[in-house]
Design a protein. Structure first.
Length: 201
């Protein structure tokens, strides 16, 4: 079975991350940016990614529709719960404030000592990827107060899922940064010229 990890943000027009009430496939609440997307929000992200991995357009793969901390206990009982990472699994954390966090396993170290995720954060990250470590108890972050629960195993990863775009290579990323650096410097020059009344023309 082929597995294609996602390390880049989904397209803002991808219906798997647009709420059903706005014409999409995702049944989670709108993200912190508002309609039509369910992003930024961790729960909306994992629903969209599970649909992408199964290559389906219906949001009925067994994940809870509550707060993230409820996923481990309220997701469908048919889903396998494990303490061993698996590609496409939904990582679950709970917190006393009633929110918690969820993320998707995209890559696993050959010795199982770490995983790399794809995820989203309410009001913070539209999309982000993090490393999490077994020796750190799979904590959200090292000093996090969130409590680790486990991995919800994806029930039906498609043998031919859509292939997410590749992240920029270091060379491409450098070119992008150089380009935006040039644009920023040019804007500064134009602003300075404007403030001086065009004397530098």
């Amino acid at each position: 079975m082929a597995y294609y990890p996602r390390f880049t943000a989904p397209s803002r027009s991808d219906l798997r991350w647009i709420r059903t009430t706005s014409g999409g496939y995702n049944q989670c609440i709108y993200g912190s940016d508002g309609a039509p997307s369910v992003l930024p929000n961790c729960t909306g992200y994992v629903h969209g990614r599970w649909m992408e991995l199964a290559n389906v357009t219906t949001d009925n793969l067994g994940l809870s529709f509550g707060n993230a901390e409820q996923y481990w206990t309220l997701s469908d009982s048919s889903l396998i719960r494990s303490q061993t990472p698996a590609l496409g699994a939904c990582m679950c954390w709970e917190q006393d404030d009633g929110y918690g966090h969820v993320a998707i396993v995209e890559e696993i170290a050959s010795d199982g000592s770490w995983v790399r995720t794809s995820e989203s954060d309410w009001n913070i990250n539209y999309f982000v990827s993090h490393y999490r470590y077994r020796d750190d108890g799979w904590k959200w972050f090292h000093d996090s107060t969130l409590i680790w629960q486990g991995f919800l195993i994806h029930p039906n990863i498609s043998p031919d899922p859509p292939i997410p775009p590749e992240p920029p290579t270091p060379t491409e990323r450098k070119k992008i940064l150089l380009y935006y650096g040039f644009i920023l410097n040019r804007k500064k020059e134009l602003l300075k010229d404007y403030l001086m009344g065009g004397k530098n023309k």
